[in-house]
Write a protein that binds this ligand. Structure first.
Ligand code: GAR
Length: 209
């Protein structure tokens, strides 16, 4: 039986698109995207899901007083959708422990920097690239990791690197990282998970050989 993949989004959804394209090419072995959940009603990612016949749900972050009540609503939806794997693909809300403990090592996030640099609370989207350029690092990249109770602190599955070039703007660097790393490594990690090819040893993730 294929694993049910539920993708959580908040924005444009280019990472969702990369997952959809990979699934169409038969590159998500053992898994199927069955539902996309958005924290924002106007996220373009919802159109991408609809255009590809994938069920959608909107659970607006704004309608919940705090992270705990929001996470409880997300948990209810994940249970209803029978999630085997939850993918955070540009999902801009930190999930409470009620979700991360129930889905331990079953939630995968893509972060647009080389963790442990430029990560944690407040580091999301373009802000991450602004900080990297401000610091003057010469390489950056993206990290695919499991989600635990601390922001961007779960076991790292895959990382990929790009050069930072003179004259880069946050937008240019973001695009280079997306094209060269995120859109490739996120589908790869999802496929590895769906084939049970990721093992956890002492809290660290390894790809089985
Ligand atoms: C991506 O760069 C993703 O890595 C980042 O937001 C962008 C979403 O783009 N995620 C985070 O910063 C999460 N902390 P997308 O909606 O086009 O996939």
């Amino acid at each position: 039986m294929k694993k049910n993949i539920i993708v959580l989004v908040s924005g444009g959804g280019t990472n969702l698109q990369a997952l959809i394209d990979a699934e169409k090419k038969g590159e998500i072995i053992g898994g199927k995207i069955t539902c996309v959940i958005s924290s924002k009603p106007d996220a373009y990612a919802l159109e991408r899901a609809k255009n590809n016949g994938i069920a959608t749900r909107v659970i607006p972050r704004k309608e919940y007083a705090d992270s705990k009540s929001y996470s409880e609503a997300i948990l209810e939806a994940l249970e209803a959708e029978k999630a085997d794997l939850v993918v955070l693909a540009g999902f801009m809300t930190i999930l409470d422990e009620c979700v991360t403990s129930r889905y331990a090592y079953k939630i995968i996030n893509v972060h647009p920097a080389l963790i442990p640099s430029f990560c944690g609370e407040g580091y999301y989207g373009l802000k991450v690239h602004e900080k990297a350029l401000e610091y003057g690092v010469k390489v950056s990249g993206a990290t695919i990791h499991f989600v635990n109770e601390k922001a961007d602190a779960g076991a790292i599955i895959l990382q990929g690197v790009v050069d930072v070039e003179k004259g880069d703007t946050p937008e240019i660097l973001q695009r280079r990282i997306m094209e060269n790393v995120e859109w490739k490594l996120l589908p790869k990690a999802v496929s590895l998970f769906c084939q049970d090819k990721i093992e956890i040893i002492n809290g660290k993730a390894y790809v089985k050989s």
